[in-house]
Ligand binder design. Structure first.
Ligand code: SF4
Ligand code: SF4
Length: 465
């Protein structure tokens, strides 16, 4: 009598099992049951097999839609597929083992200042910071920055892609930033809203990138005139989770360039997105812009998922299924936010030495406030300007020493109080529970606070006194 070879029984490979349960329905012996434990590598719950009654019929293997979900015992070697080195062998191309590639700088000749608009200045700043990857979806009033990049980058071995949407844009940036590349996008308020989920992913997986949000009137599609009503969004609402990013608020085309260069430095220093928050007027405003005397040739950071041997083992991912691990990751991120708070506050003070009324304003409204201050000084008013350059972290350390002399604070802004909320929150966190009385000059809907309105408001304060 010929012996019948025993048919191989199955085993489940948890990393490939999607938990679809088709094998459970296929098994005539009820050997397979739903699992109870999440596989930490996939986030899914693989099935469990008890082979006591198994006759090796193979129906479960046939039913499994995953090529490696269920396999006959004896094929364990196939699992070496997990290891790219065993699967692919040595790299077929002759890549030199890369040297560490830190950033270097290249000196630039002195040249005459440019007269250019804010969006162009930010684009030039990004190029000088070594950015060669620009992705975006056009939206007024930010589009010119991307347009300039689209013209220039092909001549600089760079990449410009007009993505199909803002959602696509931010996810391309996720990939480019994860590869250690310096990338930037130009967008405006509604487009920025669409990018928030991806920004949360990038913050979670510590991927650097620079986002230029040239704010326009909202809510909704609003209009294309300047507003500052995204302050809440960038300071308090960067997508889901415990997210923060350094937010820089330029006030002139020169600052658009300087801050664009700085933003890349900060993004890679902290492995975190950085937001440049402009307004529609600043984006279109033309001004004198002096170029720096050096530009950056970026290296490749050690953490990058980059196509060479030394970066081969790197992984960037924003999922962390273990609650304990995710809490630790949040602790790590919050420690980073604390370092940003301690080291990256930036502010500018104008005529504050003898001031007893302090205007707080940023972006274009700060320029209008300066003009109002000059007029008020001519009328004998001791008024100064405190201009936060970082909106997050708020530069409270520079504001606190000014407070004891101040009789009043006046927040001038093109929103319904979003900057004032940041001021009040920063004061509260600093333990200043009885600050000088705070009043405001606000416009919305694409209208900036006017010099005349600021002057009238401050003179009205004096009358109240
Ligand atoms: S080989 Fe047949 S009996 Fe064994 S677990 Fe699969 S379906 Fe069930
Ligand atoms: S059929 Fe395959 S993927 Fe689906 S539960 Fe069974 S082993 Fe997992």
């Amino acid at each position: 009598m010929t012996a019948v070879a025993e048919r191989p029984k199955p085993f489940v490979f948890p990393e490939y099992c999607k938990g679809c349960a088709r094998c459970i329905g296929a098994c005539p012996k009820d050997c397979i049951t739903l699992g109870k434990e999440i596989n930490p590598q996939t986030g899914l719950i693989p099935v469990v097999i008890d082979l006591t009654l198994c006759n090796g019929c193979g129906l479960c293997i046939s039913a499994c839609p995953e090529p490696f979900g269920l396999r006959p015992q004896g094929e364990e070697a196939a699992f070496e597929l997990q290891d790219p080195a065993k699967l692919l062998g040595p790299r077929p191309f002759d890549v030199p083992v890369p040297e560490p590639r830190p950033n270097t700088t290249i000196p630039l000749p002195a040249r005459e200042p440019l007269i250019t608009k804010g969006t162009y200045a930010a684009a030039i700043g990004a190029l000088l910071a070594g950015c060669r990857h620009v992705y975006g979806y056009p939206i007024t009033p930010s589009t010119e920055g991307a347009e300039l990049m689209a013209k220039v980058l092909p001549k600089l071995d760079g990449v410009f892609i007009q993505a199909v949407s803002e959602v696509a844009t931010v996810n391309i940036m996720y990939g480019a930033g994860g590869a250690g590349q310096r990338c930037i996008t130009f967008t405006s308020s509604p487009g920025f809203s669409l990018m928030l989920e991806g920004i949360s992913y990038m913050i979670g997986s510590e991927v650097p990138a620079v986002f230029v949000n040239v704010m326009r009137g909202g809510p909704g599609l609003g209009n294309i005139a300047p507003e500052q009503a995204d302050i809440k969004l960038v300071c308090r609402g960067l997508g889901h989770g415990n997210t923060h990013a350094i937010v820089l608020a330029p006030a002139t085309p020169q600052e658009m360039l300087d801050i664009a260069m700085l933003s890349f430095e900060l993004a890679f220093k902290y492995r975190n997105p950085v937001i440049i928050l402009g307004d529609g007027y600043l984006g279109q405003m033309t001004g004198q812009v002096r170029l720096p005397r050096q530009m950056v040739k970026p290296g490749i950071p050690e953490w990058a998922v980059y196509g060479d041997r030394s970066h081969r083992g790197n992984l960037i991912c924003s999922i962390d299924l273990s609650e304990a691990d995710l809490e630790q990751h949040n602790v790590h991120l919050n420690a980073k936010y604390d370092r940003m708070r301690a080291e990256e506050q930036r502010a500018d003070a104008y005529r504050c030495d003898d001031a007893d009324i302090l205007i707080v304003a940023c972006n274009t409204p700060s320029q209008l406030a300066k003009s109002a201050i000059q007029e008020l000084r001519g009328k004998g008013q001791k008024v100064g300007l405190f201009r936060p350059i970082t909106l997050w972290p708020f530069p409270i350390d520079a504001l606190l020493p000014l407070l004891p002399r101040m009789k009043r604070l006046v927040v001038v802004e093109a929103s319904a109080g979003q900057l004032e909320d940041e001021v009040r929150l920063a004061l509260s966190h600093a333990g200043v529970h009885a600050p000088p009385p705070i009043s405001h000059v606000r416009r919305m809907g694409g209208i900036l606070p006017q010099q005349r309105e600021i002057v009238q408001h401050v003179l009205g304060l004096e009358e109240v006194h």
